[in-house]
Design a protein around this ligand. Structure first.
Ligand SMILES: [Zn+2]
Length: 350
């Protein structure tokens, strides 16, 4: 009974419903016989406006020896599993995944699981954070609100403990649940496998293109005309008020080549010459794509660094990403990772 209330309260918290105003009705009917007298007793327990804090206090009174968070101090190896799939966890948008991964890449990503970590520093970092959890009670079943990450800890070949991370909550085998401040137990604490990084760059690059296209409805279905190609970056920047979406993350982080900021010399009011930073974008617009174009026409695509760049496939670059390739965004919002000249030619440019 108590655990049912706790479970429901926990769900309420997870759903970010204000527990102070939520109304919880628990009705319990029980038919029992007493001492062979055949008397039926009916119990109705009705709890209204249960406050979250008193119940939390109750649950912490019931603390047992297992109410300490998992202790990873003697752990020398971790085995990490993502029960809903590695790709689904790190690259959550299915439509983008479909556009940027080929079947071999999908298989490769799946093969990364279970992911083994033996780096002492990484294990130590996880141990330090996990140790800071606050016991909030026992739960039954698995919370469904957040994508789980399952972690098993080993010392040599001996299995020490295991637990599951759900966003900012850890659940241990007996159902005990530990809460963490939202910023401390973000899924990134486990860090993505380094092998995933090239695919994450592609994914983020696709997100950039989606954001640029979505800016203030400039390229929407209802737009009478698209921004002038020679001023499209200016128009989008004015709507977004942020430059970060204009640079492919694989270029930003170097991709082995380094990213040098473009500058120009300007003359101050007092006549002194000074270096000024130029606006930059690694994306270009196809001037032949307008509101009346077929939905599969290329609208935005990857290019070398510049600003207000516009043109056709001759501007496209395969060099921003490693393995080589570049992203295009079609008028209907579809994103595709283009790996070869052949694929580039097959796209609709006019
Ligand atoms: Zn890119």
């Amino acid at each position: 009974m108590g655990s049912t209330i706790l479970t429901r309260i926990t769900e309420m918290r997870k759903d970010r419903i204000s527990a102070m105003t939520a109304e919880l009705n628990v009705v319990r009917y029980a038919n029992e016989s007493y001492g062979g007298l055949g008397t039926n007793a009916r119990f109705v327990v009705r709890i209204r406006r249960v406050l979250f804090i008193p119940l939390l206090l109750l649950s912490s009174c019931a603390r047992g020896p297992d109410s300490a968070p998992p202790d990873l101090t003697s752990c020398t190896g971790l085995e990490i599993r993502w029960p809903r799939g590695v790709a689904e966890f790190f690259l959550p948008d299915g439509a983008i995944r479909q556009g940027i991964l080929d079947p071999d890449e999908k298989e490769y990503i799946q093969s990364l699981e279970p992911y083994r970590v033996t780096d002492a520093q990484r294990i130590r970092a996880l141990a330090d954070v996990v140790a800071q959890g606050t016991y909030v009670g026992r739960i039954h079943g698995s919370p469904s609100y957040s994508t789980p990450v399952h972690i098993t800890c080993y010392r040599g070949n001996t299995r020490l403990t295991s637990f599951t991370i759900y966003g900012d909550v850890i659940a241990v085998a007996d159902g005990g649940e530990f809460q963490y401040p939202p910023e401390r137990l973000d899924e990134r604490i486990v860090e993505e496998p380094v092998e995933l990084r090239p695919f994450e760059y592609r994914y983020q690059c696709a997100r950039n293109l989606e954001v640029l296209k979505g800016a203030a409805g400039l390229f929407s279905k209802r737009a009478k005309e698209f921004p002038a190609p020679n001023k499209w970056s200016d128009a989008v920047l004015k709507a977004l008020k942020a430059e970060k979406w204009f640079i492919c993350p694989a270029v930003q982080t170097g991709n082995g080549k380094g990213h040098s900021q473009r500058t120009t010399e300007v003359t101050n009011v007092d006549g002194a010459r000074q270096e000024a930073r130029l606006l930059e974008s690694t994306y270009a617009m196809n001037p032949d794509c307008g509101p009346g174009s077929p939905p599969d026409t290329v609208l935005l695509f990857e290019t070398k660094t510049g600003w207000n760049q516009h043109g056709g496939p001759e501007l496209f670059t395969f060099d921003n990403h490693d393995p080589k390739g570049g992203l295009v965004l079609l008028k209907d919002g579809t994103v595709k990772f283009i790996r070869t000249e052949e694929e580039l030619k097959q796209l609709r440019w006019k």
